[in-house]
Design a binder for this molecule. Structure first.
Ligand code: NAD
Length: 355
């Protein structure tokens, strides 16, 4: 039995997560998949109920489960941890050591794009880097020196670089065998020196994977100019966060950007985008980012548990999504005329009928 905790999140989260839940329930029925969904809250809903965006009790529940589906969070609203305003994404990534954020981006026939077809994955380190809320044991690594002077620290450790590099090489080895390292070594000579060094050391374990590297600013131009040249891309936390929004949007919409946050014991499916307050409650958000994330979580569990039915369910979700895209049963952001709910219903119908 796979146990998944469902946390709908803020803004568009409840709308898109409801589609992901329907999709999970549909594949559970179709594939006779042992799946238990445990519904709870995080973010603003948890703040109202428990006085904090996340709680230790919720963490214990998630630790005991096999996976977590986390909706987008209104992170910008959560400013003071002392008042219970904890960034839930950081909380789970750090507490469960979900060090690898896997963010695929690929084009689909039927969705208009600025570029030609491509299929790539951004592998982003998730537990340190330029993220002030997660790279120190306690407190925060942004320091207000005087009211007008502030310092932000970026932590890079060889161990974290090695493990994210290994995740990326493993993926590249299963795909087209090419890995691109993205850095700013021309300026961040010490920290990105360690990152590049660690990646090149790990590369020795994967002699069949070819490697190149780009400075992050130039990478933005290369990925817009010719995204098809990239297979797997590995980079540090902040660079990966920015680059993966770009690659998702290039694939047609940020609303297609699904992701998996994976550690050795746990994994969390989570859309790459935020809570999108500008479109929340309007039934226009693209639910596919959340659906892709759910599919990735099932696939991760299939590998971890050795139970291939979960992999079949994941593949069926991907195929149903592709069929919806082909027949334009999609939201406005990717050229359709349906709302969030109707897109979810179309997807469920495809999954039930198997085509
Ligand atoms: P955003 O990612 O929420 O939205 C950026 C743009 O993309 C908006 O125009 C939005 O309407 C659009 N968009 C996002 N998801 C979409 C979808 N599924 N379908 C169609 N369009 C979609 O970025 P923002 O507005 O800068 O941030 C809003 C809040 O989300 C902030 O509080 C921010 O801190 C937070 N945030 C959270 C996460 C996370 O939980 N992982 C990630 C990024 C931002």
């Amino acid at each position: 039995m796979m146990n998944i905790v469902i946390l709908p999140g803020d803004g568009i989260g409840p709308e898109t997560m409801s589609v992901a839940v329907n999709v999970l329930e549909t594949v559970a029925a179709r594939f006779n998949l042992p799946l238990n969904l445990d519904h709870d809250v995080a973010g603003h809903a948890s703040m109202q109920k428990h006085g904090a965006t996340v709680t230790e009790a919720l963490l214990e529940k998630v630790r005991a489960a096999d996976g977590l589906m986390l909706g987008p969070m209104a992170t910008y609203d959560f400013k003071d941890e002392a008042k219970g305003e904890i960034n839930p994404s950081k909380f789970f990534r750090k507490k469960l050591d979900l060090f690898a954020n896997i963010r695929p981006a690929k084009t689909y026939p039927g969705i208009p794009t600025l570029t030609g077809p491509f299929d790539l994955i951004v592998v982003r380190e998730n537990t340190e880097g330029f993220y002030a809320d997660r790279n120190v044991e306690s407190g925060n690594s942004e320091i207000l020196v005087t009211p007008d002077v502030a310092i932000s620290l970026r932590r890079i450790t060889r161990t974290c670089c090695e493990r994210i590099a290994r995740s990326a090489f493993e993926l590249a080895q299963q795909r087209r065998g090419h890995l691109t390292l993205v850095h700013k070594h021309n300026v961040l000579k010490v920290t990105d020196g360690i990152f590049l060094d660690a990646c090149r050391e790990v590369a020795k374990e994967f002699p069949k994977v070819s490697v190149d590297d780009f400075i992050v600013d130039a990478m933005m131009a290369h990925v817009v100019r010719a995204p098809e040249r990239f297979d797997v891309i590995v980079t540090t936390n902040m660079f990966g966060d920015i680059l993966s929004d770009l690659t998702a949007e290039l694939s047609g919409s940020l609303g297609l950007g699904g992701s998996l946050n994976a550690g050795l014991q746990h994994a969390m499916g989570q859309a790459a985008h935020g809570s999108a307050p500008d479109i929340a409650g309007q039934d226009v958000a693209n639910p596919f980012s959340q659906v892709v994330s759910a599919s990735m979580l099932l696939s991760w569990y299939a590998t971890r548990s050795g139970q291939s039915t979960y992999q079949e369910a994941s593949k069926a979700i991907d195929a149903a999504m592709q069929a919806c895209i082909r027949d334009k049963e999609v939201t406005h952001d990717i050229g359709g005329a349906l709302g969030t709910k109707a897109t979810g219903q179309a997807l469920v119908r495809r999954l039930q009928s198997g085509h």
